[in-house]
Design a protein around this ligand. Structure first.
Ligand SMILES: Cc1cc2nc3c(=O)[nH]c(=O)nc-3n(C[C@H](O)[C@H](O)[C@H](O)COP(=O)(O)OP(=O)(O)OC[C@H]3O[C@@H](n4cnc5c(N)ncnc54)[C@H](O)[C@@H]3O)c2cc1C
Length: 413
């Protein structure tokens, strides 16, 4: 049995785990850090499967943690990409009211965004059409967000992990944790691919970070943290705009979101490689890591499931249940197209190619209160910090979010 003794152990090598390691190394390069992930490569979950949009801080309630770290985090990540010569598409974003009743939400978003320090302006139909000739504004108004840009998330994960290794961070992949002993600041691991579980190693640490995304609530419970919290997985499937479609997009086109829900709605996003995607849906997923496409059978089961088992305890969120039903139906292409037509009226089914990109959001739910947690959430346990709700814009904000997590942890740097 091998034994590792590290100052800091980070379980989960997504963008949040990598950023925490990065920020610790900035402040205390001499600390020994190991990142442990269960997969045989990094970026197989949210951090490698998201829209790649670096958000500009518009949507979030001004006193929220999201508002606190989004703008600064986006600037830092963008600068890092530019220094590292990773492509960044500086294309901005237009937020449009897809129905007339949503027009007044533009004023609310403008107020929130301005309070957060985002560079935004309300635009008229003429300005809108110059930016998105094939888009639709139901009211003749829209919001222009200047600083939004788009990156390739996997490239960032690959290079950031390489840079961390160069700074002395160890990364162990393909690992299963067999037993946690939080009081003794230790746990036991095995290589997943080895059937013989005798190949067990012991990891001891000074401080432990749980950044396991979709599994974070389960890991936290091993430390007696978050017993009323559970993660609900929401699947985001994407479509790609056929390059032969009679229109193209040079900027992001987003709908006005339902601000009571933690998702931003299906949007049009161009990326640095010239690919234009539409999505993601927010379909309640059957399984936290069930990335397979949503076929008819899964859809039926999802709807059944929604009305029945898991969501029966979503007591105070009737609106959420209705929203989930609508979202589940977006798994069917003609219904997805019908919803997307509110943004792009000329869109037809034959303009869309199914993208192999599918992501699953790790949305935290408070069972006792019956609410979806909208803001980031982290909790400290014995010599440990558990990042329980690292939803969007956690990718955008990652460097600044990592600083915030460290400031609120019990790790003295
Ligand atoms: C469809 C979709 C679109 C999104 N779009 C955007 C966007 O445009 N902009 C934005 O800012 N954010 C976006 N997000 C959100 C963003 O992707 C996440 O907030 C962010 O990636 C979370 O990073 P993470 O490190 O917490 O989680 P993850 O990336 O999920 O990383 C967790 C890691 O932990 C590992 N792990 C899990 N359990 C264990 C275990 N028991 N032992 C060891 N390792 C374990 C996993 O293998 C994984 O590598 C989107 C998310 C989705 C799903």
């Amino acid at each position: 049995m091998a034994q590792f003794n590290k100052d800091v152990v980070i379980l989960g090598g997504g963008m949040v785990g990598l950023s925490i390691a990065n920020q610790i190394k900035e402040k205390r390069p001499e600390l020994s850090i190991i990142i442990i992930d269960k997969e045989n490569e990094l970026g197989l979950h949210s951090s490698g499967r998201n829209s790649g949009v670096l958000h500009a801080g518009v949507y979030y309630e001004p006193k929220s943690l999201k508002a606190k770290v989004c703008i600064e985090g986006a600037k830092r990540l963008k600068n890092w990409c530019e220094e590292e010569k990773i492509p960044v598409l500086n294309c901005g974003k237009v937020i449009t009211p897809q129905t007339i009743s949503l027009d007044s939400q533009l004023d609310l978003l403008y107020k929130r965004g301005t309070a957060n320090g985002a560079q935004i302006s309300l635009i008229n139909e003429y300005e809108f059409k110059k930016l998105v000739p094939d888009g639709n504004t139901s009211s003749g108004r829209a919001l222009w967000v200047n600083d939004t840009c788009v990156v390739k998330p996997k490239k960032i994960i690959e290079l950031l992990s390489k840079r961390l290794i160069e700074k002395g961070v160890e990364i162990l992949l393909d690992i299963e944790v067999l037993k946690y002993r939080p009081k003794e600041k230790t746990f036991f691991i095995s290589k997943k691919s080895k059937n013989n579980k005798k190949f067990i190693d012991q990891i001891s640490y000074g401080y432990f970070f749980n950044t396991t995304g979709l599994q974070a609530d389960k890991v936290a419970r091993e430390f007696n943290i978050g017993k009323d919290l559970t993660i609900l997985p929401f699947k985001g499937i994407y479509w790609q705009l056929d390059p032969k479609a009679p229109f193209q997009f040079k900027t992001n086109l987003y709908p006005v979101p339902d601000l009571d829900m933690p998702f931003l709605g299906v949007h049009v996003t161009p990326d640095p490689d010239g690919i234009i995607t539409l999505g993601p849906t927010a379909i309640p997923a059957l399984g936290r890591e069930n990335y397979k496409g949503l076929g008819g059978f899964e859809l039926l089961k999802t709807l059944d499931f929604l009305g029945d088992i898991t969501y029966q305890w979503i007591r105070n969120t009737g609106g959420f249940r209705k929203y989930s039903y609508e979202q589940a139906l977006h798994g069917i292409k003609p219904l997805f197209v019908r919803a997307a037509k509110l943004l792009v009226p000329k869109l037809e089914s034959n303009h869309l190619i199914r993208s192999n990109k599918v992501g699953i959001r790790a949305q935290l739910y408070d069972k006792r209160e019956g609410i979806l947690i909208k803001d980031f959430r982290m909790e400290n346990g014995i010599s440990s910090t558990h990042v329980l709700n690292a939803i969007s814009p956690a990718f955008t904000a990652s460097f600044s979010l990592a600083d915030l997590i460290l400031e609120n942890s019990n790790l003295k740097l």
